[in-house]
Design a binder for this molecule. Structure first.
Ligand code: GLP
Length: 290
């Protein structure tokens, strides 16, 4: 694992841009893995700038996003906006090459929101089993929409290219994608129950007033298969999550087992780290900027 500490979010994102440009230049077939949230927005802006100046053309690349809220297409819209619309015409990722897990299901011509899903799950207990927050739909599931969901998550998982640079953010409780505390490190793309703290922290995402308590997410195991995971975090709100990732135990700490993980953080993110912890990190990993 490589840990790079930067004085500001701008410098962190610039370093991310440079690393990604280098990687993409070396391998024309390399795909991207996208994350949503505020943290990677600066990075996406810098990639768009590189496209403006002729250094980057993403029109032949594929991008695979981590997750989507259940009953919404919010992250899909985010993906189109930041990787296509904000790029100069013809240089961004083609809409057909932007992949986001499907969160929109219809039942009796209505969008299935999370309350309807609650009902369906209550009435069809034989169709799934719970493993922590993971809702694992069984191969023999009978409910048509659960059956479809299982099929879609399997297809998404199978399609994920290993040769991808996986951009990651981190939730305040240490989730990557929507792999909440209690999710298996080996999990694959699945339906998950969101933690209360996630629903609270992401309240601004539900501007349509419809809160969802479920999401579809790549699993921790799916993320670990990516050739190069780069996790970005900045600000004191992420200190605890980053501590868990680097030293403790949270869903993101699985990334310590990946030989090529890059952790890009700002200095303030390490605010409350003890100096003994920082020494440990220096001894164990390749650390720059500290
Ligand atoms: C959401 C997303 C994560 C993202 C996290 C952090 O929960 N599912 O993929 O990393 O938010 O978002 P932000 O960068 O806005 O702090």
């Amino acid at each position: 694992m490589k840990i790079c500490v930067f004085p500001s979010a701008e410098q962190m994102s610039k370093a991310g841009q440079e690393l990604i440009l280098r990687e993409l230049k070396e391998d024309p077939s390399l795909a991207l893995g996208g994350a949503t949230g505020n943290t990677p927005k600066l990075l996406y802006g810098l990639l768009a700038q590189a496209a403006e100046s002729g250094q980057l053309d993403l029109s032949q690349r594929q991008i695979w996003f981590l997750d989507e809220y259940f009953g919404k297409d919010m992250y899909y819209k985010y993906a189109i906006n930041f990787l296509h619309n904000k790029f100069p015409k013809g240089k961004g990722i083609a809409v057909k090459n932007i992949h986001v897990p499907n969160g929109m299901y219809y039942f009796e011509s209505q969008i299935v929101h999370s309350e309807i899903l609650d009902e369906v799950l209550k009435k069809n207990r034989d169709d799934y089993e719970m493993k922590g927050p993971e809702v694992l739909i069984k191969p023999g599931a009978k409910h048509p929409f659960l059956k479809q969901l299982r099929k879609d998550t399997k297809t998404y998982e199978k399609s994920l290219p290993l040769e991808r640079v996986q951009i990651l953010g981190i939730g305040r409780e240490g989730h990557i994608g929507f792999n909440e505390v209690g999710t298996s490190d080996k999990s694959r793309t699945h339906l998950t129950v969101l933690a209360d703290s996630t629903v609270e922290a992401n309240a601004e995402d539900f501007e349509d007033g419809i809160v969802t308590r479920y999401a579809i997410t790549q699993g921790s195991g799916s993320i670990m298969k990516a050739y190069l995971p780069i996790l970005f975090a900045n600000g004191v709100k992420k200190t605890e999550a980053v501590h868990g990732l680097l030293i403790g135990d949270n869903p993101a700490s699985v990334l310590r087992k990946h030989p090529n993980t890059h952790v890009f953080i700002t200095g303030d993110t390490l605010g409350e780290f003890k100096s003994a912890d920082l020494d440990k990190l220096r001894k164990k990993y390749e650390v720059t900027g500290l």
